[in-house]
Design a protein around this ligand. Structure first.
Ligand SMILES: Nc1nc2c(c(=O)[nH]1)N[C@H]1C(S)=C(S)[C@@H](COP(=O)(O)O)O[C@H]1N2
Ligand SMILES: [Mo]
Length: 528
C-alpha cells in the first residue's frame, strides 16, 4: 500500500474518534439536560472568554455578526487537524494518539468546569466521550494495521501462485473489516451526535427563557419563617432544601424540555366546561406561596427522598371549580408531557384549607427543569407518586373506578397519604464521637397533620422526648434535637415521631411497597 494512503486512512481514524467523542459527550449532556456540560459548547465558550480583546475586535470587524460562525469554523479546522494528528500518532506510535485524545479530554473538563453553574457531574460527558473515542481509535487503528499487513508484499511463495491469491483474499477481507467498522461507527455517531446536539440546543434555549423569567409576586405570601424553626446544629438537614440538593424522582429517561410559549394545561373529563390555560394566563392569576415537604413513597426508613421547599403557584381547587366537576367524579388524573400520570382524590384537591398548588416557582426561582419546569403539582400530605406531577399538561376529572395513575398497576396503592416518619441526621450512622455531650438531631414529618413530638431511645433505655424546633406549618417537616451525655462504648440510637393526632410511629419494619416504609430510624455510634 502507498504510505501516503496509509497515513490518510490513519488520519481518518482520528477524525472518526473525534466524531465519536463529541457524539457520546453530546448524548450524555442531553440525557443529563445540562447543555452547558457539552464540550463543544464549553470549549467554544471558554475560547471566547480567553481570546484577547484585540483579536475579538478584529474578528468582529472582519466577520460582523458572523463572528460566532467564524469562531466555530476556526475551531472546527483546529479540531480536524488535531484529530488527524491523533489518528496518525495512534497508528505510527501507539498509544500516543490515545494519550493525546485523553489530554484533550482533560482540557475539555477544565473548560466545562469554568462554566457558570457547573457541578462535578458536568465532567461526565467529556470523560465518557473521550473513553468512547479512545475505544474506537484503538479498534480502527488495529483494523488498519491488519489491512496494511495483509497487503504487504510477502517473500517469494513456496508454491507459486497459491499463496499470492490467498494473500489477496486476506487483504480484501481485512480491508472490508476496516471499512465496515469505520463506516458503521461513523454513521451511528453522526446520527446520535446530531440528534443529541439538537436536544442540547433546545434545552439551552429553554434554559435561557427560564433564566429570564420573572415570577409574579405572591398575592398570598408564605408567612416569614420564625427564627425558632431552624436549629443551629451542624449536619442537620437545612429547614429549606436547596433546589440543587433537592431529591429527584421521575420515570423520564430524558428530562422533558418544555417551551413556555407552547405550554398549555387542559382540564378535561367529568367537568361542566373544559378549560385550557396558557403559561402567561396562569402567571396573571393571584399566586399563593406555601412551604411544603415533598416526599417519595420509595423512601426507605432513614432515607433522603424527602425535601422541603417554598412553592409558588395557583391553587388547583380554583381551576377545578372553574371547570365544575360533575357529580360522581372522585379522582383527578394529572398527566405529564412525558406520559407519567398520578391519580389524586378530587376532594383533597378541592379542600379549602389545603394548599394544593399548580406550582411555577420553587424557593424563589422558576421551577428547575428537572423539577417540572414550567408547571408541576404540589399537594401537601400525599406522596409524590399520587400527586406531584411534573411537567403537567392535563388534569382529567374522572373516577378511581375508571382510571389509574402510573404506579398503581405496578404494585403501589391507588391512595398515598404520607405516613408519619422521622430521621436522625447527626451523628451519622457508624460514626465515632468522643464521650461527652453529643447533639442527636434530625427532622420529622407528618404532612398536613403536623408533628406533635419526637422521642429518642438510646440502647434499651426509655424513650426521651426531644426538643422540637417551631413548626413552619403542619405541611412541613420539623427539626428536633436531644442532648445526649454519651459514655464510651457502642450505642444504638433510635427515633420515633408522633404525628397529629396521636399517631406514633411503629417499630415493626415494613417495606416501601405498596404504601410507604415503616419502622424506626436506628443508628449505631461508637463513643470513644
Ligand atoms: N412527570 C413526572 N412527574 C413526577 C414523577 C414522574 O416520574 N414523572 N414522579 C413523581 C414522584 S414518584 C415523586 S416522589 C415526585 C418527586 O419530585 P421531585 O423530583 O421534584 O423531587 O415527583 C412526582 N412527579
Ligand atoms: Mo416518588
Amino acid at each position: 500500500m502507498d504510505p501516503r494512503r496509509i497515513t490518510l486512512w490513519a488520519a481518518i481514524t482520528g477524525v472518526l474518534a473525534a466524531v465519536v467523542t463529541l457524539a457520546i459527550a453530546e448524548a450524555f449532556a442531553a440525557f443529563m439536560a445540562t447543555p452547558g456540560s457539552s464540550p463543544l459548547f464549553a470549549v467554544g465558550a471558554a475560547v471566547v472568554d480567553l481570546v484577547p480583546t484585540w483579536l475579538k475586535d478584529l474578528v468582529i470587524s472582519l466577520f460582523g455578526t458572523g463572528d460566532k460562525v467564524a469562531l466555530f469554523v476556526v475551531l472546527g479546522i483546529l479540531v480536524l487537524i488535531l484529530a488527524m494528528v491523533v489518528g496518525v500518532l495512534q497508528f505510527r506510535r501507539p498509544p500516543w494518539g490515545s494519550v493525546l485524545l485523553a489530554a484533550v479530554g482533560v482540557v475539555s473538563v477544565l473548560a466545562v468546569a469554568t462554566r457558570a453553574g457547573s457541578s462535578a457531574l458536568w465532567a461526565l460527558p467529556s470523560l465518557a466521550g473521550v473513553f468512547g473515542g479512545i475505544m474506537v481509535l484503538r479498534a480502527t487503528s488495529n483494523k488498519l494495521h491488519d489491512w496494511v499487513h495483509a497487503s504487504a508484499p510477502t517473500p517469494a511463495p513456496i508454491t507459486p501462485g497459491l499463496s499470492s491469491t490467498r494473500n489477496a483474499a486476506r487483504a480484501s477481507v481485512t480491508r472490508r473489516r476496516f471499512f465496515i467498522l469505520l463506516g458503521g461507527t461513523a454513521a451511528g455517531a453522526v446520527v446520535i451526535g446530531l440528534g443529541a446536539r439538537a436536544l442540547n440546543a433546545g434545552t439551552a434555549a429553554v434554559n435561557t427563557v427560564r433564566q429570564a423569567l420573572v415570577l409574579p409576586a405572591p398575592a398570598i405570601a408564605a408567612p416569614a419563617i420564625a427564627a425558632g424553626a431552624s436549629l443551629d446544629i451542624p449536619g442537620i438537614s437545612p429547614l429549606i432544601s436547596s433546589n440543587d440538593g433537592f431529591y429527584r424522582i421521575d420515570t423520564a429517561l430524558q428530562v422533558p424540555v418544555i417551551d413556555v410559549a407552547s405550554w398549555k394545561l387542559k382540564i378535561t373529563g367529568m367537568v361542566d366546561n373544559e378549560i385550557e390555560i396558557g403559561f402567561d394566563e396562569l402567571l396573571e392569576l393571584p399566586m399563593t406561596e406555601h412551604v411544603v415537604t415533598l416526599m417519595c413513597v420509595s423512601n426507605e426508613v432513614g432515607g433522603d427522598l424527602v425535601g422541603n421547599a417554598t412553592w409558588l403557584g395557583y391553587p388547583i381547587r380554583e381551576l377545578l371549580k372553574r371547570a365544575g366537576p360533575k357529580a360522581g367524579a372522585d379522582m383527578v388524573l394529572s398527566t405529564s408531557i412525558d406520559g407519567f400520570t398520578a391519580g389524586t382524590p378530587l376532594d383533597v384537591l378541592l379542600e379549602e384549607d389545603r394548599q394544593s398548588l399548580l406550582a411555577v416557582g420553587m424557593n424563589g426561582e422558576p421551577l428547575p427543569i428537572e423539577h417540572g419546569f414550567p408547571v408541576r403539582m404540589v399537594v401537601p400530605g400525599l406522596y409524590g407518586y399520587v400527586s406531584a406531577t411534573k411537567w403537567v399538561v392535563e388534569l382529567r376529572v374522572t373516577t378511581f373506578a375508571a382510571d389509574m395513575g402510573y404506579w398503581t398497576p405496578r404494585g403501589w396503592d391507588a391512595l398515598g397519604p404520607v405516613k408519619t416518619a422521622s430521621r436522625i441526621d447527626v451523628p451519622s450512622s457508624g460514626s465515632s464521637t468522643p464521650a461527652g455531650t453529643v447533639a442527636i438531631a434530625g427532622v420529622a414529618w407528618a404532612q398536613h397533620r403536623g408533628v406533635e413530638g419526637v422521642e429518642v431511645r438510646i440502647d434499651d433505655g426509655d424513650w426521651q422526648p426531644a426538643t422540637m424546633a417551631e413548626a413552619i406549618s403542619i405541611d412541613t417537616w420539623r427539626q428536633w434535637y436531644l442532648e445526649w451525655d454519651a459514655t464510651a462504648g457502642n450505642h444504638t440510637v433510635a427515633v420515633r415521631a408522633t404525628g397529629a393526632p396521636s399517631d406514633t410511629q411503629r417499630e415493626n419494619r415494613i417495606p416501601v411497597a405498596p404504601n410507604g416504609s415503616e419502622g424506626f430510624h436506628t443508628i449505631t455510634v461508637n463513643v470513644t
